[in-house]
Design a protein around this ligand. Sequence first.
Ligand SMILES: NC(=O)c1ccc[n+]([C@@H]2O[C@H](COP(=O)([O-])OP(=O)(O)OC[C@H]3O[C@@H](n4cnc5c(N)ncnc54)[C@H](O)[C@@H]3O)[C@@H](O)[C@H]2O)c1
Length: 301
Amino acid sequence: MERFKGKVAIVTGGARGIGAAITHRLGSEGAQVAIFDIDAEAGKRRLTELRERGVDAILVQGDVSREGDVKRCVSQVVETFGKINVLVNNAGIGFSGKPIFEQSLEEWNRVISVNLTGPYLFAKHAAEVMVKSGGGVIVNIASTRALQSEPNTEPYSASKGGLLALTHSLAVSLAPYRIRVIAVSPGWIDTAGRVVPPHKSQLTTLDHEQHPAGRVGTPEDVAALVAFLASDEAGFITGTNVIIDGGMTVKMLYLDDKIVADSLFHLTGDREFSELVRKAVLAGSLERVKKVLKSALEEGF
Ligand SMILES: NC(=O)c1ccc[n+]([C@@H]2O[C@H](COP(=O)([O-])OP(=O)(O)OC[C@H]3O[C@@H](n4cnc5c(N)ncnc54)[C@H](O)[C@@H]3O)[C@@H](O)[C@H]2O)c1
């Protein structure tokens, strides 16, 4: 497939993870690719990889939340490739998961400025160029956390919720210029193979099997969807949010903490341990449940 032959794409956060898979996918389908990333080292390695595969690519180092960096990237891409057809706003940062009472305004501002202001700035400056070449596509990588939450994720969830609203707002404003704008909301994506240097996946059978699709997602799953949405085949899709999560957001969960605690007490006879697990289940945090179970197993249960 050469759906992007003659097209130019910018992928923010393209050095690692999902962004790296998107650069590979678009490049393998014929696009000229600009990686924009804050991490120059990881970016250089990804650039070399792309070029070795015959992709015409450049790297621009910068921070999506700094308007000067965004403008510099857009100018450099136009200077090098002459136009912009596709923008993938993928760069994003997570949040440490501190309780709301311990979250600082600086932490909130940083997450919002990278995950929401960054896509706004890139859309604004890249769209100006797209208008001149008769249209384009902007894909914003949001998250299922725009729609549902684990505890203590306020800045991240709010930034991704804002990104969904930014998506429909841009789609309507830019429609007269034939620019489509779409959000993609991934669920759990294992990026271990796309970190720099690559790590071995740490996932358990439980991690995979809780998904209706039977497995955790991969960066390549997301890249395939982004490539479809950015291609002309998706010409009737704009303004919407496409969820790619192996079915997790539609799965109804009625996990009863008491049943879990009573079953564990029955099995282990340890009231303190079963109470710890019950509290972790109640908090709704998979990470906490995993931590409690892991330390219990290490102690010989
Ligand atoms: N991995 C998941 O499970 C998952 C799930 C839902 C949504 N997402 C979203 O997908 C996107 C990519 O996630 P990932 O897991 O591949 O992350 P990652 O951390 O593996 O990669 C993010 C990339 O963005 C770059 N980056 C970070 N801050 C930047 C900044 N200010 N300016 C420019 N570049 C910056 C990093 O250097 C890195 O190369 C993010 O927006 C994330 O919120 C990821």
